[in-house]
Write a protein that binds this ligand. Structure first.
Ligand code: 13P
Length: 343
């Protein structure tokens, strides 16, 4: 493992004003997204949709540092035969790959999930590195309900994240460590304060396992959730409150040696995800740059505008570029709602 190289990639991914496009929807998830716009999910429709995103040259050149791909997309070509890898090179975007095999029910009846995909991962990572992947992603899902999260589930997920992360570093790939506390717990259990407490606990355990596994913190990135009330909660904290509480929890549990933090959007509206990020970046004295690694919050409007048709590429690309631009401003802490709506 060359730590200097890993650190260089990690820092490039959090270049000021740039963030990550998560385009690694699994076959089930992309089908769900396409169903909503009545488009059949085929290899060709997935290729077309992602080609639309990757050929948004202004967004890709100015606002996006890295793209998370699925295995299918990593090796795919645009309709005219240009490898996607070439498009990334031309816009100086680092390709990355989702390497987990999904979150499956945890044994027992706590309603929790454990992420699978460690078997054979060392060999797969070698192949992804040879195909040009600079980073990888593994998502752990932490549930909040009456009995969850359990200690057992937090430990099992943290341990898997650490096993994945050290294998990535051995292969010369930057691990993006994603422990996501998901927001769909029922309202009685999922207040903002409970999310803060669970997020802190999960991060504490994750970094403990990362250290035990020998993961070099300067050669990784963290992809956390923000501290938010559950989606069914009646709490309505301001953007500033979410920002303040999230930064507080991260400061307490994330070592300063981590080169950067790139948040997931986790079902927030486009504007919420942007506003929260911008508010966090207005808080001074943080030890790490904070940016976005959004899937839905970057793609929602572009997906609907595309609607399965290549002739809609220009309008869909304009929508994606606008969202990427707004999140770029948020990564710098200079976004405003007026600016967003004026466009
Ligand atoms: P969302 O921003 O849509 O939550 O997706 C990001 C991601 O990569 C989740 O693993």
């Amino acid at each position: 493992m060359n730590l200097a190289d890993l650190n260089k990639i990690a820092l490039a991914m959090v270049t000021p004003g740039k963030g990550i496009l998560a385009a690694d929807e699994s076959s089930g998830t992309i089908k769900k997204r396409f169903d909503a716009i009545k488009v059949e999910s085929t290899e060709q429709s997935r290729r077309d949709y992602r080609e639309m995103l990757f050929r948004s040259s202004e967004a890709m050149t100015s606002y996006i540092s890295g793209v998370i791909l699925t295995e299918e997309t990593l090796e795919q070509k645009a309709a005219d035969g240009t490898p996607f890898a070439q498009l990334f090179q031309e816009s100086d975007v680092i390709p990355g790959i989702k390497v987990d095999r999904g979150a499956f029910p945890m044994p027992g009846d706590s309603g929790e999930k454990i992420t699978e995909g460690l078997d054979g991962l060392r060999q797969r990572l070698e192949r992804y590195a040879s195909l040009g992947a600079g980073f990888a992603k593994w998502r752990a899902v932490i549930t909040i309900n009456d009995v969850a999260p359990t200690r057992n589930n937090i430990r099992a997920n943290a341990h898997a994240l650490a096993r994945y992360a050290i294998l990535c570093q051995e292969a010369g790939i930057v691990p993006v460590v994603e422990p996501e506390v998901v927001g769909d717990g029922d309202p009685g259990n999922h207040s903002m304060e409970r999310c803060a407490q669970v997020t802190g606990d999960v991060l504490e355990n994750t970094f403990k396992e990362l250290r035990l596994a020998g993961v070099e913190l300067s050669g990784m990135l963290l992809k956390p959730n923000m501290v938010l009330p559950g989606v069914n909660s009646r709490e309505r904290p301001s953007f500033e409150e979410v920002a303040r509480r999230t930064v507080e929890v991260l400061r307490e549990h994330v070592p300063a040696a981590v080169p950067g933090i790139a948040f997931l959007s986790g079902g927030q509206t486009d504007e919420e995800a942007t506003a929260h990020l911008s508010a966090m970046n207005q808080i001074s004295g943080k030890p790490w740059p904070m940016t976005f690694s959004y899937g839905r919050a970057l793609q929602n409007v572009a997906l609907r505008t595309w609607a399965g048709r290549r002739e809609n590429f220009p309008q869909a690309q304009a929508a994606f570029t606008h969202r990427a631009h707004m999140n770029s401003l948020a990564a710098l802490g200079t976004w405003t709602g007026e600016l967003d709506r004026a466009a």
